[in-house]
Design a protein around this ligand. Structure first.
Ligand SMILES: *[C@@H]1O[C@H](CO)[C@@H](O)[C@H](O)[C@H]1NC(C)=O
Ligand SMILES: *[C@@H]1O[C@H](CO)[C@@H](O)[C@H](O)[C@H]1NC(C)=O
Ligand SMILES: *[C@@H]1O[C@H](CO)[C@@H](O)[C@H](O)[C@H]1NC(C)=O
Ligand SMILES: *[C@@H]1O[C@H](CO)[C@@H](O)[C@H](O)[C@H]1NC(C)=O
Ligand SMILES: *[C@@H]1O[C@H](CO)[C@@H](O)[C@H](O)[C@H]1NC(C)=O
Ligand SMILES: *[C@@H]1O[C@H](CO)[C@@H](O)[C@H](O)[C@H]1NC(C)=O
Ligand SMILES: *[C@@H]1O[C@H](CO)[C@@H](O)[C@H](O)[C@H]1NC(C)=O
Ligand SMILES: *[C@@H]1O[C@H](CO)[C@@H](O)[C@H](O)[C@H]1NC(C)=O
Length: 267
């Protein structure tokens, strides 16, 4: 089969930017001061940053303790653009152990494959690695980060198929992997999980499990390599107000079920 490259942006429009921020900061605020970072996570972070030739800003990793300063207080590291940054939850072991729950390395020219150390951060709920030069596949080990809620890895050079193990991330609420070089089908497992998808580079028919995405409000899927018939189940995406499908390779008629999309005002 010829390699098909295309882009699809499926926005499940229930999220406003402010709601995304709420997900980002989650339950990061603990004020305990004497807690220390899980030693294997601290080691993994130091090793990974060394490999990437980056280091903490002076507002965290104070005195060599990675979970300190903005990593543990009420500062929102995203709206304040602390970069790179982490957030820690220090409520473990009677407020004595911190686990890293957010990792943000945004537009810092880090290059190469996703490092193995990443899979040691099993408490991560937010991973933001957009706009770097990351290459290679997303390994199956992503499935070990089972607390993940917000995964954003757009604008890199990642490739290969999206692993089915993404389906193990049962708390996933946001997934953005657009502007990479992924190939192959959208894993059907994603259809039941995410409320927001922004993707690119995958091809083939839209998986049947996407019928479950009934809260979709807006779908941008123009200029992609979608194939097969336009799925009938789109008629059950009853919240849909906008649907852009131009420039695909769909075959066959527009399904009759579309007459049920009473809110649709832009096709
Ligand atoms: C933190 O450690 C200091 C000195 O070791 C101690 O005086 C203080 O009570 C500790 N605070 C808490 C909340 O445990
Ligand atoms: C990551 O976890 C593995 C398995 O739990 C462990 O063997 C390894 O030492 C850890 N890596 C670091 C850098 O701590
Ligand atoms: C944190 O500080 C220690 C001591 O200065 C340093 O060795 C380590 O590389 C720093 N870690 C990060 C992630 O910047
Ligand atoms: C959080 O810690 C940083 C670094 O120590 C400090 O500059 C900032 O004022 C603190 N913010 C809050 C809200 O405590
Ligand atoms: C939890 O920490 C508090 C304060 O540091 C201490 O008084 C208490 O005994 C600890 N509880 C346990 C179960 O270790
Ligand atoms: C941990 O610290 C928080 C905030 O300081 C406090 O509300 C909570 O009761 C503490 N938990 C334990 C188990 O000590
Ligand atoms: C993922 O978790 C499984 C089960 O705990 C473990 O055997 C495996 O080594 C982990 N993989 C990675 C890459 O951490
Ligand atoms: C429209 O929706 C109704 C109720 O869900 C369903 O019975 C009907 O078959 C749908 N019409 C089409 C054309 O799919």
């Amino acid at each position: 089969m010829a390699a098909v490259r295309w882009r699809v942006a499926i926005f499940l429009g229930v999220f406003a930017a402010s709601q995304l921020v709420d997900i980002h900061i989650g339950h990061a605020q603990t004020t305990t001061t004497n807690a220390t970072t899980d030693p294997s996570e601290a080691r993994a972070l130091n090793r990974m940053f060394e490999r990437w030739e980056i280091s903490a800003t002076d507002s965290w990793n104070i005195s060599g303790e990675v979970c300190s300063g903005v990593a543990t207080n009420a500062t929102n590291v995203e709206t304040n653009n602390i970069n790179p940054s982490i957030k820690c939850d220090c409520s473990y072991d009677n407020n004595s152990t911190c686990h890293i729950i957010l990792l943000r390395v945004y537009d810092l020219n880090v290059a190469g494959p996703l490092p193995d150390e990443l899979w040691n951060f099993t408490y991560l709920s937010n991973l933001i690695l957009d706009k770097n030069y990351l290459t290679g596949p997303i390994p199956a080990a992503i499935g070990n980060l089972s607390r993940m809620q917000y995964l954003s890895i757009g604008h890199n050079a990642l490739s290969g198929p999206l692993p089915r193990e993404l389906g193990l991330l049962t708390d996933l609420r946001f997934l953005a992997f657009g502007t990479n070089s992924f190939s192959g089908p959208l894993p059907s497992e994603l259809g039941s999980l995410t409320r927001y998808i922004d993707s690119s580079g995958v091809s083939g028919p839209i998986p049947a499990s996407f019928a479950n995405l009934r809260n979709l409000e807006r779908v941008w899927a123009s200029d992609n390599g979608f194939t097969g018939p336009i799925p009938d189940f789109i008629g059950s995406w009853s919240s849909l107000t906008l649907l852009k499908f131009q420039g695909n390779s769909f075959v066959g008629p527009i399904p009759a079920s579309f007459s049920n999309l009473s809110l649709l005002n832009d096709l």
